[in-house]
Design a protein around this ligand. Structure first.
Ligand code: HEM
Length: 129
């Protein structure tokens, strides 16, 4: 996570990350391809869970105090490769619109990309995918 060092400070601290995540989840929820996952769910609480995870993943807090993404998606429809990819595209757009420097965009995307096998439906996570 070395590349993410200082990222939280550069985007305006914890409130800055929260602002970005609010915009991100608003976009996800409105998206024709992945929006249905979020129908009827409390976006505010998903944002807080994601915030807790990102702060840990960015090395900002020493302990993970929220559900790990590998456990957070039980009870959802299967997350397929295309859904995961779509999320990454929307994330990148959101981060660029928020004005993050290139290095921080790449560091953030790297954290999320590394979780593919743990988040995608099992039979979608074959080697090479
Ligand atoms: C790297 C990728 C991902 C990460 C890091 C991630 C992270 C998380 C986290 C931490 C939560 C828990 C929030 C809480 O504790 O309440 C969560 C919930 C959720 N995620 Fe993800 N997620 C990822 C990918 C996806 C994808 C691809 C989708 C669908 C397109 C998705 C849909 C959802 C939904 C609908 C919830 C709410 C579940 C509920 O209400 O119980 N996530 N995610």
């Amino acid at each position: 996570m070395a590349a993410a060092k200082g990222l939280v400070g550069r985007v305006g601290g914890i409130d800055g990350v929260r602002r970005i995540l609010r915009r991100f989840y608003a976009r996800l929820a409105a998206d024709p391809m992945v929006g249905f996952f979020f129908a009827g769910r409390d976006l505010g609480s998903i944002v807080e869970g994601q915030l807790g995870f990102m702060l840990w993943a960015f090395g900002e807090v020493p302990q993970l105090r929220v559900r790990h993404p590998r456990d957070a998606h039980q009870g959802l429809p299967p997350i397929l490769r295309g859904h995961f990819d779509r999320r990454l595209v929307i994330l990148e757009e959101t981060l660029r619109d928020a004005g993050l420097v290139e290095e921080d965009v790449r560091a953030w995307l790297k954290v999320e990309s590394a979780l593919r096998r743990q988040v995608q439906a099992r039979n979608e996570s074959r080697p090479g995918s």
